[in-house]
Design a binder for this molecule. Structure first.
Ligand code: ADP
Ligand code: MG
Length: 357
């Protein structure tokens, strides 16, 4: 008989409204989610989609209006934050400037009255976890932004929580540092084996770091899956547009081109510019309205007869004969387009908030 391990976190019918009457704001709606022990799990979505509120309900800083939070099978919905085996790392971490790095990491244990010898040993271990063993005597002002963020992480790890919650922890770092920290953070998580729940509005960050991702829109989860599943098979128009760049073909256009009257998503890199489509390929003609050079690839925008347009990523050295105003033929394999459900339109354009690379 096989037994399923108890999930590290279970969210059951989670609902959170702020205010009441006409001022009520529903921040989180009908969220059901199971996160396995040891997973690097990301909550991805645009600003205002409810990610932080979900994280705060897991941490215990916020009480759900209805629904339940279970940690390792235990219902903690009404437990205080200190009575939960979780720790949170925020974006605007505050280190004590007058203390050394080691003292900063030890501080929480001191408050908990852990003996001096023990807390020194655990702090050193936590600094080793974040690869800052050599920096214990420095003051925070003598560290780079990325190193300070790792001290903040060590301060959480020193408590040895089962679950670490991270709310946009890399948001304050510049791009290059952020990319380095993404690699570091993933490696640290693998080493310590703790469940990480990572909040971000950056789809690239979520895809590159996570075992699984939940995509949020308007307080609801639109899709849960591995980065690959989410990217290759977005199940809603919102996910298709928010994660990477995608063409969403309307039901009418799909009926005409694909013979199925349902909206479809089609990634730009799956579309080729051809003289003649191969057997079995779907094909449509249009007028080139823009060519955007991206390096090895270029993104070509092609206007179609029905007033819509398609984006195609093609190798830049294959652009011979492609000119703005000229006509081209696009082709893709039948399997490249997948059906998507209609999403609630977002108040913010997903492509403006990290939805594009
Ligand atoms: P995200 O982290 O995805 O940006 P949040 O969880 O912070 O989203 O917010 C979700 C929604 O709930 C937003 O509309 C936000 O304005 C609202 N909200 C969050 N916290 C509060 C609060 N304490 N009082 C009133 N509204 C809130
Ligand atoms: Mg937030």
């Amino acid at each position: 008989m096989s037994t399923t391990p108890t999930p590290a976190i279970q969210l059951v019918g989670l609902h959170k409204a702020f205010g009441s009457g006409e001022h009520e704001v529903v921040a989180v709606e009908s969220v059901d989610l199971s996160i396995e022990a040891g997973e690097f799990f990301s909550l991805l979505g645009p600003s205002g989609s409810g990610k932080t509120t979900v994280l705060r309900m897991i941490a215990g800083f916020e009480t759900p209006t209805s629904g339940a939070v279970l940690l390792a099978g235990r219902d903690v919905t009404h437990s205080a934050p200190y009575d939960r085996d979780v720790n949170t790392v925020f974006q605007d971490y505050a280190l004590f400037p007058h203390m050394t790095v080691l003292q900063n990491v030890e501080y929480g244990l001191k408050v908990k009255r852990v003996s001096k010898a023990q807390r020194r040993q655990r702090a050193i271990e936590a600094l080793e976890n974040v690869r800052l063993a050599e920096y214990g005597r420095r003051k925070p002002s003598q560290l780079s932004g990325g190193q300070r963020q790792r001290v903040a992480l060590a301060r959480a790890l020193v408590n040895r929580p089962k679950v670490l919650l991270l709310d946009e922890p890399l948001g304050a770092l510049d791009l290059k540092l952020r990319e380095e920290m993404q690699v570091e953070l993933k490696a640290i998580q693998r080493d310590v084996g703790i469940t990480f729940v990572f909040v971000t509005h950056d789809q690239g960050e979520a895809l590159s770091m996570s075992n699984r991702v939940a995509v949020f829109n308007h307080g609801r989860i639109e899709q849960v899956g591995t980065p690959r599943e989410i990217y290759d098979h977005p199940t809603t128009g919102f996910v298709a547009g928010f994660v990477g760049t995608s063409n969403v073909l309307s039901a009418e256009l799909s009926a005409e081109l694909l013979g199925a009257a349902k909206a479809h998503s089609l990634r730009p890199e799956r579309i080729r510019i051809v003289d003649k489509p191969a057997t079995g390929e779907i094909s449509v003609a249009g007028i080139v309205s823009d060519v955007q050079y991206l390096g090895a690839d270029s993104r070509v925008r092609v206007d179609l007869a029905d007033g819509s347009h398609l984006l195609a990523n093609v190798p830049s050295d294959g652009l011979v004969g492609v000119a703005i105003g000229g006509s081209v033929r696009l082709a893709w394999s039948r399997a490249a387009a997948s059906t998507v459900a209609e999403s609630e339109p977002d108040s913010e354009d997903p492509n403006q908030i990290g939805g594009n690379q």
